[in-house]
Structures are given as C-alpha cells and as structure tokens.
Ligand binder design. Sequence first.
Ligand SMILES: Cc1ncc(COP(=O)(O)O)c(C=O)c1O
Length: 396
Amino acid sequence: MRSTAILATPNHEAPRQVDGTRAVRERIPLMMPSLPTAAELLPYLERIDAARWYSNFGPLVAEFESRITASFAGAGDCRIVSVSSCTAGMELALRALALPAGAPVLVPALTFIATASAVRCAGLSPVVADVDPLTWLLTPAIARAAVRTIGARAVMPVTTFGAEQDGEAWVAFARDTGVPVVIDAAAGYGNQRDPGPTCTVFSLHATKPLAAGEGGFVVTRDASLAHAIRRLTNFGINLDRPGDGPIGSAVATGTNAKLSEYHAAVALASLDRWEAIAAERNALHARSVRAAQSACRGRLAVQSVAADTVRSVCPYLFPDVATRDRAEDACRARGIGTRRWYLPTIDRQPAFGHVAHLPTPHADAIGERLLGVPFYPGLSDGALEEIAAALGSAFG
Ligand SMILES: Cc1ncc(COP(=O)(O)O)c(C=O)c1O
C-alpha cells in the first residue's frame, strides 16, 4: 500500500510528505479552515485591550464557558472547563480520574492519534477495539464485550468525523460496568448533545466547525471532576479549597492547558455565527454526496449518522481497495486533495510501539476502503462536480 502519511496540512501550501518533498500543489485542497474575520473579532479584541486581561480565566473565557453551558441546557446541569486543546483536555480528564498507572483504556482503532496519545500521556495503556460497520463508532455494545475481555478501567469512544455517540447508552454502560467514559468529541460540537456519564471533550482547532484556531473544552455533569480538571489546567494550584491544602500551592502535578483570552475571542466570534456555519456545512455536504453518488452510480457508502449532523469532513467508503486507490490516483492527477482517514490505525503508529488490540475486522475493512475528499465552506459547485467526476472515473 502506498504511504500517504502527511506531516502537516497548511492552508495554502501543498502538504509536505513524510520524505520531506512537497506534493503537487492541490488546485482543490482537502481542507480550508473558515474562521471569523478580523472585523468580527474586533469587538472582542477591544474588550481584551480595555481589560488588559490576557489569560488565567479572564472575562472572555468566562463568557465562552457560559455560552457553551447554555448550549448544553438540554443535558441537565453541565459544567464547562475550557482547555488549550482537545488532546490536553482528554489527558487531564483521564488524569483526574486517578486510575492506576498503566491501566488499560479502550480506544477505537479508527481515530486520530490524539485519542491514544492522551491515554499514553496520562500514564495509561491504550487498548484498541473495533468499530461498528455502519456508524464507524466504538459503541457501548462493543465496549461491553471488550471490557469483559481486557478489564478496561476507562473507555474513550470517539465521535468519529463528528457523528454523535449515544450519551444515554454510555450512561447505562457506566452504571452497569462501573467503567468511566471520556468521549473524544473533537469534531462533535453541535452533534454531541449529551456529555455521557463522565465527560466529553471538544476541539476548537482551526479545522473544526466551531473553531478558535486552537483550543477545546470539557463538558461534564460532575462538578468535582470539572474542578479537578480545571486545577490540572493551571499547574495543579489550589485556588479555592483550603481542605485540599494551602491556597496558592500546587496540590496536584498539573500543566498549563488554559485557554487564552485571544482564543476565547475567536471562539466567541465563531459562536456568534454558529447557526450559519452549521446550515452551510449541512447544505454543502448534501450537495457533495448528491454529486458524488450521481457520478459513481450510487456505489459509495457513507457513514450512517443523524441527518442533521454538522460535518467537518467528507469521507466515502468505496466497494473495494482497488476502486479506492483508483479514485485516489484520479484525484491526485487532477490536483484534488484526499486523505485516508485515519491510517495507519492506532496499533500501527510507530510512536506507540506495542499496543494491545482486540480483533478489529470492521475498522480494518473501513480503513482500507475509505477516502476523504475536499470539504470546506466556500467549495463551489464546479469544484464539487470535478471531485465527483474524479471519483466516478474510478468505477470505469
Ligand atoms: C478524533 C480526534 N481527537 C482529537 C483531536 C485533537 O484535537 P486538538 O487538535 O484540539 O487537540 C482530533 C483533531 O483533529 C481528532 O480528530
């Protein structure tokens, strides 16, 4: 299989391959972040100038957290902890659970490396599990069987490509097994409405529908977990609980994972136009799939998700490896960006060395037939037709 590993995907440059060479510049790139304009940011930046408060739980971070809290009103009494990234939030959420060193944590095979990195950085051991063949998600049903086999002490289901995890089913899972559940909802804002039994962590990375450039936030109904995670984002310093030790001293080994006021400004400006972002992405995704299916005579499979899912990417499943590879070649020849999400799977990433894994036939079958194609606000109908034609050519 040809390596498609890419080191970075800057916005306007062709991505650099692992061997350091530049790929042919893409006419239609895979992703094009869409963040608030300078004019939309200005009122927030002026507030920062006036307050001269730049980090450490400032007024814009507080406003961002309270607006996110309001958006989770339907999920009960939720606490929000803003963090510097989803990856940092997941690591600190796991650390706050105080599991034994090296304890096994179940992660799906089909996910971005950050899910497993967070587990490793928290001093725990990722164990890779399969995903559902239709939703492409690590589900409570899969986790129940896996937890019995490997004795996992936590589960990290992922809202893969933004698809909602069943929060109520995870609550039932945690009640029955006693195993906490940290949902990696990096691309799931707007879709993951229930934070599940333990907590859910979202990303504000530039490529996500709700974007701040970098950043993230944890949502939980557990007030003491929220407090522990927030303390860990601020060097473990005890700010407010004399019973935990001297105020102003580090009572846990924390890190610096706070969201700055500048990032909160961008996040707030993104929230201001959230309805428009969600509607535009939904309409664009529907047009993309229509064009692609028409060119491929309906032979592409798509992830089975709720119709109103806010999309961050556009992955298709081809009937077989050879057709996927032909589609990939056709796109490359036409300067159309593609990505084999998320290959290699977690258990084959060199950084992780030996990773325990359960059989993953569905994730393997999805991984070798999946191809992500360009998807971003502003993609023209002409570009959608070009992408569709390239995919269609793979079917002969
Ligand atoms: C599934 C998943 N988890 C975690 C992350 C990392 O998020 P962040 O960049 O905010 O750390 C990503 C980023 O794309 C992701 O796709």
